[in-house]
Design a protein around this ligand. Structure first.
Ligand code: F6R
Length: 261
């Protein structure tokens, strides 16, 4: 008989700073254990507000300890299409300023989808992105935020469980949320390249962040709605090593009984 049980998503209720300390420790432990095995750790990284404290924590640990992160591989989830590579709102700029520069990650090891491709180049670029992840052994740990519409990466509502790295049209909620950064909705790109849901779910570990009251409605739907394309974040419930870090505001009125500690 087929089970009708809905898979659940383990979550931890904590502050952003506590999440950052725990995840940074996990990442540095992975770097050390992969180094003992003679290989580099491979991280999938997100931009946006949610992971900022993790990056700041990593920068601080690298500055104050003997840890080096210069030999990791990192792959970003997504990038806007149609922006010059050095545009201040490009995710490449965000990563250079906050992560690659301060952590000393060489540009060949800190990889993002390109933002300035001609339409004829996009499909081959997306295939090459998937290949590049596979060639370094796949993602050891993926960091994710959740969009208010339930997107992960830029896998907007409607994205299937099987989709892979590809060009997407951005949802109006996503564009509206970015409008302030771009100085107006009309300046926000309409298209992007994103890792697919299948690409994300192949990561060996996934750590998800959702903080603040603006995330409470989507956290509830991520935890409770049927798994499927209406809320792509629900697909995370099918992963065997996933953890959601939420603060009390993002958990809203939900019971903490699902918390895994
Ligand atoms: C960013 C990304 C997005 C964000 C999400 C949450 O690279 O892929 O899915 O993680 O929109 O954004 P914040 O963290 O700004 O709330």
């Amino acid at each position: 008989m087929m089970s009708t049980a809905t898979p659940s998503l383990p979550f931890v209720v904590c502050t952003p700073a506590e999440a950052a300390r725990e995840i940074a420790t996990e990442m540095l432990d992975l770097v050390a254990s992969r180094a003992r095995a003679g290989r580099s750790a491979v991280f999938g990284l997100a931009t946006g507000r949610s992971p900022l404290e993790i990056y700041a924590e990593l920068v601080q640990r690298v500055r104050t300890t003997r840890f080096a992160l210069d030999n990791v591989w990192t792959f970003n989830l997504d990038e806007y299409l149609g922006l010059p590579a050095r545009h201040p709102q490009s995710f490449a700029h965000y990563m250079r300023e906050r992560v690659f520069g301060p952590l000393g990650i060489h540009r060949e090891r800190g990889i993002l989808p390109a933002s300035d491709l001609a339409p004829s180049q996009v499909a081959a670029h997306c295939r090459a992105y998937e290949r590049a992840i596979a060639e370094v052994g796949g993602l050891d740990l993926q960091i994710l935020g959740i969009g208010r519409n339930g997107h992960i990466g830029f896998n907007e509502p409607g994205s299937t469980r099987e989709c892979r790295t590809r060009e997407v049209m951005l949802d109006e909620t996503t564009r509206a949320d970015a409008a302030a950064n771009f100085g107006g909705l009309e300046r926000v790109p309409t298209r992007a390249i994103t890792m697919g849901v299948a690409t994300i779910l192949e990561a060996r570990r996934i750590r998800v962040l959702a903080f603040g009251a603006s995330k409470s409605a989507i956290v509830r739907r991520t935890l409770e709605d049927a798994v499927g394309p209406d809320v792509p974040a629900t697909y995370l419930r099918e992963h065997s090593d996933v953890r959601l870090y939420v603060d009390a505001a993002a958990l809203g009125g939900l019971s903490r009984s699902g918390a895994n500690r």
